[in-house]
Design a protein around this ligand. Structure first.
Ligand code: ADP
Ligand code: MG
Length: 353
């Protein structure tokens, strides 16, 4: 069943990526478009696309990128322990009735502080301290993926879990590089922010190394690093998830630097009593958010785009548009459950279609 999930994810992400070919393409400059895909990280499909003159040059960059991605994957993993690493799994672990204060890698401190910012910015809609609630849903989803059927989490269990979601109890000491969760009932689930944040950090690392002409797509978190060698922008297609759509893309974004991140209800879900229950949970109802099929956010920061796409997904349209319009340098497109599209004020200036 794990295989089935991966194939589904692959299919969805293949549809998300779109690269235009101009008449005077990069091939004319001696560059080739090269690609590497890995399935080992963040429980999703991760693809790097870039233009280089030789496979060797591309491989050198790809090795760097996937080495960094593996490090982030291990640090941010909430399900597995790794030798000699205090990762999120260790932070979440309760030993003798309480969490431990652990000294952790700076990249964990940064992610948690970033996730706290996302919490504040979104008015609590994206809350990585909601692990107790989210794990009830992910357990049910995994059972469904494994067996083809499952029970829903009980209302009582959800309500009991919701008592332990206060992000203030996640204590971060940057100076001493420690993290401590003061409520033993709280666990972190960074599914809404970690992939986008890691994507952004890796993209910036490439920029610092002077590397350009690359596109990262880590599980639907697309981040472009510099224009193509021809000087052309990249074209990033936003998938139309509606079954009856004729065109595979809702819109095409032209960019040489932005992140395009989509949260959707159609990749990860369980079915109970004929009804779909997807993986983005409204913190107010503790059930899957009701308003959208997909929400895409475009920003110069992939971490912010990831956090915001999840947040907007849980908000009614008026509230979602108010939030995105109040944030400088971020735009959104929201496909509601009736199939209607909504846009933030500056969205149109970014699109080709
Ligand atoms: P994806 O991971 O599919 O790209 P998202 O970025 O929207 O989608 O993140 C969804 C994941 O985030 C869920 O699988 C879950 O782990 C977590 N999550 C779901 N709802 C929330 C929420 N309201 N706040 C914080 N995390 C959430
Ligand atoms: Mg997200």
């Amino acid at each position: 069943m794990r295989v089935k999930k991966t194939i589904l994810a692959l299919f969805a992400i293949a549809a998300l990526l779109f690269s235009s070919f101009s008449l005077f393409g990069c091939e004319a400059f001696g560059y080739r478009k090269l690609e590497r895909t890995e399935h080992r990280f963040f429980d999703t499909v991760c693809t790097l696309v870039g233009y280089e003159k030789s496979e060797k040059e591309f491989a050198a960059v790809a090795d760097k990128v996937f080495t960094m991605l593996e490090e982030y994957h291990k640090l941010y993993d909430i399900r597995n322990a790794y030798k000699d690493i205090n990762n999120l799994y260790e932070i979440n672990k309760v030993v003798n009735g309480s969490h431990r204060k652990l000294t952790v890698d700076e990249r964990i401190i940064d992610l948690i502080l970033f996730s706290k910012e996302a919490y504040a910015l979104s008015g609590g809609a994206t809350n990585v301290a909601m692990g107790s609630v989210l794990s009830l849903w992910s357990k049910a989803r995994e059972e469904y993926e494994e067996l083809g059927s499952c029970n829903l989490p009980s209302e009582a269990a959800l309500k009991a879990a919701a008592l332990h979601t206060d992000i203030e109890a996640v204590e971060v000491d940057r100076e001493n590089s420690t993290v401590y969760i003061s409520d033993p009932g709280i666990t972190l689930d960074v599914g809404a922010t970690a992939k986008g944040y890691a994507t952004e950090m890796i993209a910036r690392e490439l920029e610092n190394m002077g590397i350009s002409g690359y596109m990262l797509n880590f599980g639907g978190n697309v981040r472009v690093v510099g224009s193509k060698p021809s000087g052309d922008d990249w074209s990033v297609g936003i998938e139309d998830p509606r079954a009856d759509s004729k065109d595979p893309f809702l819109r095409i974004i032209e960019t040489s630097s932005a992140a395009v991140v989509t949260s959707g209800s159609y990749h990860r879900y369980l079915v109970y009593d004929g009804k779909k229950y997807h993986h983005i949970i409204d913190p107010d109802t503790l059930y899957p958010a009701q308003y959208y099929i997909s929400v895409s956010v475009i920003s110069d920061n992939s971490g912010m785009a990831d956090a915001l796409s999840t947040a907007l997904f849980t908000m009614p349209i008026g509230e979602a548009l108010d939030l995105i319009n109040s944030i400088d340098g971020a735009e959104a497109m929201l496909l509601d459950i009736n199939g209607e599209l909504h846009f933030s004020q500056g969205f149109d200036s970014l699109t080709k279609k």
